[in-house]
Ligand binder design. Structure first.
Ligand code: HEC
Length: 134
């Protein structure tokens, strides 16, 4: 009986570890994070009728995953981004994860470099899940 209890306890202790291993990103959490971390510079999603780039960063009416870098219409990107675009860079999950972890590193001297990035990989996965849902 006691062994059963103990093994149950042990498996409960390990549960968070196993769930975090299979972590795929939670778009609801991601939405909250983008509100907090990104909305000062970006607008995301179709509910923003006027995507007029009144903020510092480009706006995204629909998803960014799988799109070319620097393709939001009318936004004036930095030279660094224009170069990445002409090199054919795509925002796949890997590139976006790298960029968000440290924005100044992927493309040198880009205009998002003042943002220190999202250090927690789980937060980044959530943000990417949200961006995928748009
Ligand atoms: C301090 C302002 C600022 C913050 C905060 C910020 N960004 Fe940016 N972001 C920018 C700017 C400016 C650019 C354009 C970079 C350039 O042209 O060099 C950009 C570019 C991007 C791009 C690439 C856009 C494209 O069209 O290729 C993505 C994706 C992005 N940001 C996502 C995010 C996410 C997600 C967050 C929050 C976790 C965030 N940004 C936080 C200013 C910011």
């Amino acid at each position: 009986m006691n062994t059963i209890k103990i093994s149950l306890l042990i498996s409960l202790l390990y549960l968070p570890f196993f769930t975090s291993l299979s972590f795929a990103g939670d778009s609801f959490e991601g939405k909250q994070l983008t509100k907090r971390l990104c909305s000062g510079c970006h607008r995301f999603g179709p509910r923003f009728k006027r995507m007029n780039h009144s903020l510092v960063g480009p706006s995204f009416k629909s998803g960014i995953i799988g799109k070319k870098v620097g393709k939001s219409p009318k936004y004036k990107y930095s030279k660094a981004f224009l170069k990445a675009a002409s090199d054919g860079y795509i925002w796949d999950e890997k590139n976006l994860d790298k960029f968000l972890s440290n924005p100044s590193k992927l493309f040198k001297k880009n205009k998002m470099s003042s943002f220190k990035g999202v250090k927690d990989p789980e937060d980044r996965a959530n943000i990417i899940a949200f961006l995928k849902s748009l």
